[in-house]
Design a protein around this ligand. Structure first.
Ligand code: NAD
Ligand code: TDX
Length: 332
């Protein structure tokens, strides 16, 4: 049994990870989360209180971080400002949390010699052409496009430097787009599902040809546990489940699964600098560490996600109006 500190554990992927750890291991978990607009304590309801401790706090708070690192065996770092559209509107919090926050955690990992796993994104590699047969691998050069992805890239480079310079026992994973329960309604799939539930037409940026490589959040969690257990210190692993789909196809599938005509959506103003395509080659993780995704059927996973949002309106209703007012102000 280990004691894990999970930063950002009240967010989308972090809370899915906490649920996964509680179900599949006997680890104890401490969640450190600032409960920004993106954090929701309700995402952790129902978990056994004797195995989960919640600490409200900021990852840039060095004394708090130092105290918590002293009490655990390993740290999994999810906390971030995570939304590209917000980063185009107001980049500053992305620098504070993604760069200074990661730095603060690395310094504590160094002082306490704690195993550290850093959660990152495929967006650090920039984007691919639609007709390019290539996919991202661990050796693809960094080429981020947005304030969000550039701060994630910066945080990855800090981790690599702290491994090389100070011997911090860290690993990094770069995952593709996640879907599943507990995802904030600002993000593409939950925004469209909750729009349809409210009788509003889904909103597709530009022509909708942009491709994302979808993976269920629970498969991401299993991959992170595998890396924590078997990953080689200092190494990077790409996580993906061969789930490439363009946005138009995803919107049409959501509408179909929700019993609406497949063309009942609107095209809206495109995102500035919108990355065209992401695609992950996860051969290394599969062959070296033996991980494989379990949610192979995207349509079934999406149907279950739609059912979750239908059944959990109280979880998302409070955030919906503010998110839509923000998008409306930008013609999206
Ligand atoms: P999210 O926005 O849903 O959750 C982020 C969480 O971090 C929230 O609970 C928030 O309260 C917390 N947080 C933010 N700033 C904080 C701070 N300064 N101190 C403490 N807590 C803070 O994000 P997500 O989609 O769950 O993403 C989690 C991680 O996974 C991020 O590092 C992101 O870059 C990465 N990632 C996300 C995806 C995706 O598809 N969503 C894909 C690959 C990687
Ligand atoms: O209303 C929308 N309409 C639309 O067409 C929204 C919100 C998005 N989109 C498009 C933009 C993207 O091409 O859908 C795609 C997915 O958008 P997001 O959900 O904002 O995700 P993305 O920008 O791809 O980034 C996500 O995956 C990588 C996460 O938010 C990041 O945290 C992660 O690193």
């Amino acid at each position: 049994m280990s004691k894990l500190l999970v930063t950002g554990g009240a967010g989308f992927i972090g809370s899915n990870f906490v649920h996964h750890v509680l179900e599949h291991t006997n680890h104890e978990v401490t969640v450190l989360d600032a409960l920004t607009y993106a954090g929701n304590l309700a995402s952790l309801h129902g978990l056994p209180e004797d195995r989960v401790t919640f600490v409200k706090g900021d990852i840039t708070d060095a004394p708090l971080v130092d105290d918590l690192f002293g009490k655990v065996d390993a740290v999994v770092h999810y906390a971030a400002e995570s939304h590209n559209d917000n980063s185009l509107h107001d980049p500053r919090p992305f620098l504070d949390t993604n760069i200074v926050g990661t730095y603060t955690l690395l310094e504590a990992a160094r002082r306490h010699d704690r195993r550290f796993h850093h959660i990152s994104t495929d967006e650090v590699y920039g984007d691919l052409e639609l007709d390019d047969p290539a996919r991202f691998t661990e050796t693809t050069p960094y080429n981020p496009s947005s304030p969000y992805s550039s701060t994630k890239a910066g945080s990855d480079l800090l981790v690599r430097a702290w491994v090389r310079s100070f011997g911090v026992r860290a690993t990094i994973s770069n995952c593709s787009n996640n879907y599943g329960p507990y995802q904030h309604v600002e993000k593409f799939i939950p925004r469209q599902i909750t729009n349809v539930l409210r009788g509003v037409r889904p909103k597709l940026y530009g022509r909708g040809e942009n491709v994302r490589d979808w993976i269920h959040a629970d498969d991401h969690s299993a991959a992170v546990l595998t890396i924590l257990d078997k990953g080689a210190i200092g190494e990077t692993y790409l996580i993906g489940a061969d789930g490439e789909k363009n946005n138009k196809d995803v919107v049409e599938l959501i509408l179909e699964l929700m019993g609406r005509p497949a063309d009942a959506y609107d095209h809206v103003t495109d995102r500035a600098g919108h990355d065209l395509r992401y695609a992950i080659d996860s051969t290394r993780l599969r062959e070296e560490l033996g991980w494989a995704p379990r949610y192979g059927d995207f349509e079934a996973g999406l149907a279950a996600t739609i059912a979750w949002y239908r059944d959990n309106e109280s979880w998302w209703a409070g955030a919906k109006d503010g998110v839509e007012a923000f998008y409306a102000s930008k013609g999206q």
